[in-house]
Design a protein around this ligand. Sequence first.
Ligand code: NAD
Length: 498
Amino acid sequence: MVQTYLNYVGGRWQPARSGAVFESVDPATGEVLGVCARSGAEDVADAVAAAKEAFPKWRKVPAPRRAEVLFRAAELLVRRKEELAQLMTREMGKVLLESRGDVQEAIDMTYFIAGEGRRLHGYTTPSEMPHKAAYCVRQPVGVVGVITPWNFPLAIPSWKIVPALVCGNTVVFKPAPEVPICAVKFVEILEEAGLPPGVLNLVLGGDETGAALVDHPDVALISFTGSTEVGLQVAEKCAARGKRVSLEMGGKNAAIVMDDADLDLVADALTWSAFGTSGQRCTACSRVLVHPKVHGDVADLLVDRARRLRLGHGLDPQTDMGPLVSQAQLERVERYVRIGREEGAAVLVGGERAVGDGLERGFFFRPTVFDRVDPRMRIAQEEIFGPVTDLIRVDSLEEAVEVVNGVRYGLSASIFTRDIHKAMRAVEDIHTGIVYVNHGTIGAEVHLPFGGTKFTGNGHREGGLQVLEVFTEWKSVYIDYSGRLQRAQIDLQPVSLG
Ligand code: NAD
């Protein structure tokens, strides 16, 4: 019997008004895991109305008390980590080790941001006037629409929902249609932790559901993570409707390998960065920029590692790499591999679907390394979001930095070198939101700002304390206790200080 998963609106679990549903499917086997409410604009309107009603009360709950709910949620996540990780692997395919990491990231984020309930600092500052106090405080924004992708089914929602809630906002959450059950479990945990009805609402569904949330006039802020194509559409709509919007979008991340690099470290780090989560991380390494002196060695090492990766179901402890998330994603990767071949790049390993041993039942693609890639090729410019990486020759650090920066994205980059001068110059000149030295392009930590430059984002950051800027607005307060009219300096002639 396949279980049904419902929306959560105003503290009640309920089906879509139309009764429409969609299936959540194991991408490794095609097994149907659940049948889920497919929400229309009317369900979104119900959820927004519930969030709007809950907002005046929730914003008045003292922040340390709001945080207590979140600390309890973190404890529940810890207790249920293994169960959630197994579900995640079944629902989106990544191997169990990585799913555990995803849950861990949600735990870390929840503890970290819940701590802000006792800080949420503003500041005081001297006034221009005597007998006048001046300070500023953070205010919640209102109803927040949270729209998320499928590749980090708990981590990414936690990056948005937890800070939104600690700051006193109420939320309508629209997860990706590939991972609805993980979203239901996350909301159940926050419900069990004691969130009052209406403070967090869940509408399951696809792109139309997300579009309805963006359109709704009572949503004050959209926090979106997903592709650049969709993010830009969301931003346009938000601009026209006067909404705030925070965007985390695509990447085309690069690692530079200089001729003095530790090549075993390079092989370990880049195999993990390029093929972990089957290359479906926004920070995945899809370009390896190599000095000619070590180009052959790096190519051999990466090809050897790629060949040795065992493909299979993510729950099997022998598996190194799971499937892609969907048929659409598989076709996208196949299309880009075709484009790369047509552009004249050479496939050193992989380049095809994986079949045999039952792999044909799922969306498996072999880890792929392209060589002879020109930085201007489409495979070196566009986000593929699969287990494909490009080898690009660069003759100098200057050329490498130029190639790293020569794409429209700016999320993550890294450099492998033993030379501190080269490392520091790369850190200085690379135009991305995240830079690593002697490490791959993945593996961010929650207490540092996360996000990218150029078409990767719109200037906001998640993670770190910077995330509070997204979910709060500033209120400046002046209290005049002089008992007379004191005009501000802009309204007066300059006063003599003598
Ligand atoms: P996507 O853009 O297709 O979808 C993201 C979310 O937006 C989904 O919930 C989807 O249903 C919704 N959506 C789609 N069309 C919409 C519309 N018109 N209006 C409102 N909502 C809409 O992305 P995806 O395939 O789920 O995820 C992969 C992408 O996410 C990649 O580009 C990856 O780089 C990016 N990503 C970025 C980060 C980051 O932090 N920068 C993190 C993870 C993933």
